[in-house]
Design a protein around this ligand. Structure first.
Ligand SMILES: [Zn+2]
Ligand SMILES: [Zn+2]
Length: 274
């Protein structure tokens, strides 16, 4: 199985329930040989008064990770990652974290839109149409990809649809081609990866969406503008979704002419053949 680049444990991510033993067992039964742990780290998060979302000590996380890595080797290779939440104005803090610690992988994610996380607040779906909201969200991703530098991957570009009740929740390139082009050009020139987040696929399945896989035109456009790096992440918060839908996504990518996906070690990309 391909590397699972995006996972959360109950020890540092307040919304996750997964223990290391459960993670290990799921890796072994799904034949996942390499997995990145990427705990949530939300700087200046508007929900920070909730004690659960207080920032953790990254040094402590590193110490725990070192133990976990030892315990799971050699059957499963663990990679040390983090998922940094973006908002305007914290670019420097984000880049400082990427520079200060020896992560294998840094995922940059936009969970906040106009200071609200869709996970907690759904009223944004009342204020904008689907196309307006997606366009604005991709503009935010462009700003994030452009202003930050010490990262590897843009997480779940489709986070915006997770909690929507849109009839067709799929995100299409044709909704905002200019904005997607801007994003893809930045990722291509900075050699960053675009994540295919299979938790998003899982959520789409729960909504009985007709198109659960990422838009074909969107992926082909990413390739056309020179995007070379695609990473797969299950974004697991429990062990039952580790490696979820990776084989299907791998086949889909192959059918679109992609021949590899990637993972990161010491912040450098490594390709894995499909
Ligand atoms: Zn996320
Ligand atoms: Zn995540």
């Amino acid at each position: 199985m391909l590397t699972d680049n995006h996972n959360h444990t109950k020890f540092f991510s307040p919304d996750a329930k997964m223990s290391i033993e459960e993670m290990n067992a799921a890796c072994i039964s799904n034949n996942v040989k390499r997995l990145a742990i990427t705990e949530h780290y939300e700087i200046d998060y508007p929900y920070k008064n909730d004690p659960l979302w207080k920032l953790f000590d990254i040094k402590k996380y590193q110490e725990s990770f070192t133990e976990w890595k030892k315990a799971l080797a050699p059957q499963v290779e663990l990679l040390w990652g983090i998922e940094l939440g973006f908002k305007e104005g914290i670019e420097k803090e984000i880049d400082d974290i990427g520079a200060k610690y020896s992560f294998d992988s840094v995922i940059l994610s936009a969970h906040l839109f106009e200071e609200k996380d869709f996970y907690f607040d759904r009223e944004v779906y009342e204020r904008y149409s689907k196309n307006e909201l997606i366009t604005k969200y991709v503009e935010l991703l462009v700003s994030m990809a452009d202003k930050c530098n010490n990262y590897c991957t843009i997480g779940h570009y489709d986070y915006i649809n997770r909690y929507s009740s849109w009839e067709d929740p799929a995100i299409y390139y044709s909704i905002c081609p200019k904005q997607f082009d801007n994003l893809f050009e930045i990722l291509a020139s900075k050699e960053k990866s675009l994540e295919i987040n299979t938790r998003s696929i899982f959520k789409m399945m729960q909504k009985n969406s007709i198109n659960v896989l990422p838009d074909k035109e969107l992926l082909l456009r990413f390739k056309d503008v020179g995007g070379r790096l695609i990473s797969l992440g299950s974004d697991s918060h429990t062990s039952d979704t580790i490696g979820f839908y990776f084989n299907e996504v791998g086949e889909y990518l192959k059918s679109l002419g992609f021949d590899s996906v990637c993972y990161f070690k010491n912040m450098k990309p490594y390709q894995e053949g499909l």
